[in-house]
Design a protein around this ligand. Sequence first.
Ligand code: BJW
Ligand code: ZN
Length: 259
Amino acid sequence: MADVREAAKLLEKAQRVVVFTGAGISAESGVPTFRDALTGLWERFDAQSLATPQAFQDDPDLVWGWYEWRRHRVSTVHPNPGHLAVAAMKNAVVITQNVDDLHERAGSADTVHLHGSLFMPRCSQCGEAAALPSTTGEPDEGRRVWPPSCVRCAGLIRPGVVWFGEALPEAALEAAARAASDCDVLLTVGTSGMVYPAAEIPRLAARSGAAVIQVNPQPTPLDSVALVNLRGSAAQVLPDLAARAWPDQAAEGPAAEPS
Ligand code: BJW
Ligand code: ZN
């Protein structure tokens, strides 16, 4: 209680706010995280066999089918009150590691995606952006699906996400580093803070003098970086935090999910 009041005061006074999110913010929408015990994707699936360039080279239909299953799943869920509270933080820069589109669907149109998107496939050979294939029926989680071919060079189309060992999109990483080194408050939500270089963003903000506020039901390596640790779920903590920091805005009501 005292912590949430302290966090709200920091936000209220801040001129420049960055919100840095991970899989935990989408958990209450029904999108699984990666590393949570029992429910995380890496509990059931092998990251090396699915989320590396080598995996796609060795077994393109396994990898493409798995990402089609995840894309379909994301397209059936909705932003939760955590995404809506972030969207209501009008001038905040939103930086996400997530490959879903729930921040955008909540109203955060300019979200910076550090790890790409499930909705931006491209050619694995020439890099040309590719159209999203229309999904017929519900893809099953283990089903192999042969990827489409590039209209320019006939190379295989790959998911537009950042796999282990790949560089992050330069413009996104630069925008994130700039915003983090130039903000008063960085709010980190629902990330284990274990995957680099993304995990450097809240650390960079702290080194640059910003107050870091963390929202996470579990302890993380970012606990020691954060000035305030709010132990709770994003969908519960963020609306309360926003209502305390900007009571006038809360009275206007939540942002509507664009149709
Ligand atoms: C809630 C909640 C609720 C739950 N409310 N919270 C050794 C040391 C250091 C680094 C390395 C190393 N070995 C290898 C590396 C590098 C590697 C890395 O960092 N590995 C670590 C795992 C050790 N990094 C890379 O490979 C990166 N690239 C790179 O380094 O390139 C170098 C290079 C430079 C130049 C040229 C070439 C190369 C790329 C990393 C890409 C990560 N990709 C993934 C998959 C994306 C595609 C896909 O979706 O399939 O990105 S991995 C996965 O982890 C995904 C996520 O974005 C990322 C971070 O996960 P996140 O979001 O934090 O989720 P979780 O599950 O970890 O945590 C969820 C949290 O939510 C938990 O804390 C919960 O408690 C919490 N929570 N419910 C609030 N309701
Ligand atoms: Zn191509």
